[in-house]
Design a protein. Structure first.
Lengths: 289, 423
């Protein structure tokens, strides 16, 4: 038997200095609690790094996979849409035109799938340990940036091969990448939360991604859409991102202001709705996952 | 037990309800069809039948003072793990509230969040981050953790190549070095060797002396008795005892008769029949104290059946008992000697099988009763009785894990010096 008279030792803080936590049932909508997310920021990077490390372990090609996917798609697109269908490409060689879009599109499609399955792929953690659950979708969204960086470096090489040198305009890819991240977190976290309850979401993802690809001006230029429909195209955040990337790197003409503005607004709405849905369902994850 | 010291954990009227049947994994189509079915019902003013509610916690309240180590005891299903899940914020309570003063860390299950492909070093950082430590905090404690876990040579090996002992040590080491004020611990001492268990217990004592508060949830009496001066006993989602560990353990042990069916009685004329015999009762009875509920693995007990006999006294009938333990192993299959096969008297009879103490290990046991007439099976009652033999906590020599083996007999051992061999 241990001694029942236990005296707080020297490293104990006076009780009034300690943070008080209250657990009680929550009802309805909850705030984001950004402060807590910040406390767990290291966990977010650790999880992203874990998934990267595990994914490329025991692969032959490793990081080259980040390049292969957009490259292979570019080759197919160039043949089918460039050569056979002879789609216009805003005066840029079709391979460049499609690869520029595919680099950021690949980031979006892979990150979205990873984000949507982030909760059910970490069932053990969700069931056993407490941490802000948003960390999981967020780390999945951020993880893809490593692949994007590799693919982007490759894109710069291809541009140089075609004699296209980036100007100061190229810096605009940073805010456009951020826009893609915002859209991914928004849509991804909302769907991830719903996927905990309805695994149908995961089944739906390949189809959703495929349809989304054709709703996005990846294989074709936004300028192909009739002017009055272009605003509608912008409701898809990736339309603004993809056209923004082209403007930044290929100098495809005047800045697509209207499209980008609508896409930004749309991405922000998706972020708010996605996070709200996530927080709303979050407290039941451990019971139903 | 009243505490003058300030509290660190205050649990107030905590409840948790689970919906049985209704919840669980459903797909979208089921939800839509179910909702569609409810609409006409709702229009007619009928209400859909409510899935049955199950209260895993039903009004639990207690305080834990700063620097206290408190054990939480209870049989399976008493609400221990639900309580721990709420305290560690994995799931939300249905009602009531919990207050903590200070940072809370929990060591729930060994190795949660360990990734088999990553090295020990990577896993220390990952697990630390999952438990809420920052990179700097982990880096500062890294050497201590490795030393505590005794895995220095393998620190860069993927943990999938670790033995289960190494794995456990590493997981405990990370959690034991959490810089938290309150630590929640669940059954961590189930594995590991004796020396490491002693080290863990010492470490938990150290934490408490350093002003940390520890809540230790277990059904391991030996560990709780060693570690916790005070304990709380849960039964059916409620606190039924709270006080000195020895007193609480006593009430825990005496509750052995609840839950599993240690006694079965049938109304006259309704019992199962086999040949001319109709069962009246089946019962597990501790031999030395028949009225006690307490039954541990050192105590002899009886398996007794009462039956009404409507046949001729010379008509044969054989009782046969099969005992199956909680792991599904048939421990024995026994029947009375041949002389008793033809000794049935008109009216009420009783047949008893005596099982000695210090024979079976602590476990759950199921009694299957088979009645035979001339090798013809006339009645088979699987699980006619279910009972639990508790661990007495004796003869453990510092080991706190589950004692291995189907049996746990006490044998005579001898040791002596031998005369020198003559060449």
């Amino acid at each position: 038997m241990a001694d029942s008279a236990i005296v707080p030792g020297p490293d104990a803080e006076p009780p009034h200095l300690l943070r008080e936590t209250v657990i009680r049932p929550t009802k309805g909508w909850r705030s984001l609690n950004l402060g807590e997310l910040y406390l767990y920021r290291d966990l977010m990077t650790f999880l992203a790094w874990r998934d990267l490390k595990v994914r490329y372990q025991q692969t032959l090609l490793g990081g080259a996979w980040a390049i292969l996917q957009p490259l292979a798609t570019m080759i197919v697109f160039t043949f089918v849409f460039g050569k056979l269908a002879k789609l216009p490409s805003d005066g840029v060689p079709y391979p460049l035109f499609s690869l520029t879009a595919l680099v950021i599109w690949t980031y979006f499609s892979q990150s979205l799938t990873a984000t949507v399955t982030s909760l059910i792929n970490n069932t053990q953690l969700v069931e056993k340990v407490y941490f802000p659950r948003l960390i999981l979708p967020m780390s999945s969204t951020i993880r893809g940036l490593a692949d994007l960086a590799v693919a982007f470096a490759f894109l710069l090489l291809v541009l140089a091969f075609y004699g296209v040198w980036p100007t100061w305009q190229a810096l605009a890819v940073i805010p456009f990448t951020l826009l893609a991240v915002i859209a991914t977190i928004g849509i991804g976290s909302g769907l991830a939360a719903i996927n905990v309850r309805f695994r149908d979401v995961r089944q739906m993802m390949p189809l959703l991604i495929q349809l989304w690809l054709f709703a996005t001006p990846v294989a074709y230029p936004a300028s192909m859409a009739p002017a009055e429909w272009r605003a509608l195209l912008g409701l898809n955040p990736m339309a603004g991102v993809v056209e923004g990337y082209r403007w930044a790197l290929l100098n495809t003409g005047p800045f697509p202001l209207e499209l980008v503005a609508i896409s930004t607004a749309s991405a922000l709405v998706m972020l708010v709705v996605g996070l709200a849905v996530f927080r709303r369902i979050e407290n039941s994850f451990a019971d139903i996952i | 037990m009243k505490n003058e010291r300030p509290w660190a954990i205050r649990v107030d009227n905590l409840t948790k309800r689970y919906r049985l049947g209704g919840a669980g994994r459903v797909n979208l189509r089921q939800t839509i069809t179910q909702t569609a079915k409810r609409i006409p019902q709702a229009l007619r003013g009928e209400r859909a039948p409510r899935p049955e509610d199950f209260w895993a916690l039903n009004g639990v309240s207690f305080d834990v003072a700063r620097g206290e180590i408190v054990g939480v005891l209870g049989h399976n299903g008493a609400g221990k793990s639900t309580l721990l899940k709420i305290l560690s914020q994995i799931t939300e309570p249905t009602g009531g509230e919990v207050r903590f003063r200070g940072h809370v860390g929990s060591l729930l299950e060994v190795g949660t969040g360990f990734h088999p492909e990553l090295s020990g070093r990577d896993n220390i950082f990952l697990n630390g981050a999952i438990l809420g430590m920052s990179r700097q905090q982990i880096a500062r404690r890294f050497d201590e953790i490795v030393e505590f876990a005794e895995v220095a040579e393998f620190i860069d090996t993927p943990v999938k190549r670790y033995s289960s002992g190494m794995y456990t040590r590493l997981a405990f080491a990370v959690a034991a070095h959490l810089e938290t004020d309150i630590l929640l611990i669940d059954e961590v001492l189930a594995v590991g060797d004796v020396a490491f268990q002693q080290k863990c217990l010492a470490r938990m004592g150290e934490l408490a002396h350093g002003g940390r508060t520890v809540l230790f949830v277990s059904h391991n009496i030996a560990a709780i008795q060693t570690l916790c001066p005070r304990s709380i006993l849960l039964r059916r989602g409620q606190v039924v005892a709270d006080g000195r560990t020895n007193d609480v353990v006593a009430s825990y042990l005496h509750a052995g008769g609840e839950g599993p069916a240690r006694v079965r009685r049938w109304e006259s004329g309704t019992g199962p029949t086999g040949g001319p015999a109709r069962l009246v009762s089946a019962q597990i009875i501790p031999t030395d104290s028949p009225d006690s509920d307490l039954l541990d693995c050192t105590m002899p007990f009886m398996v007794a059946f009462e039956y009404d006999w409507s046949g001729a006294p010379q008509e044969p009938l054989r009782f046969e008992i099969q005992l199956v333990n909680g792991d599904g192993v048939m421990v024995f299959d026994t029947c009375p000697p041949e002389t008793l096969w033809r000794q049935h008297h008109p009216g009420r009879n009783r047949v008893v099988c005596h099982i000695p103490g210090d024979l079976l290990n602590s476990n759950e046991y199921h009694v299957h009763l088979v009645l035979r007439q001339n090798d013809q099976e006339v009645l088979s009652l699987p699980d006619v009785l279910v009972f639990e033999l508790l661990d007495s906590g004796r003869d453990r020599y510092g080991w706190f894990g589950k004692w291995e083996g189907v049996l746990r007999p006490r044998f005579d051992w001898q040791a002596q010096a031998l005369p020198a061999a003559v060449a």
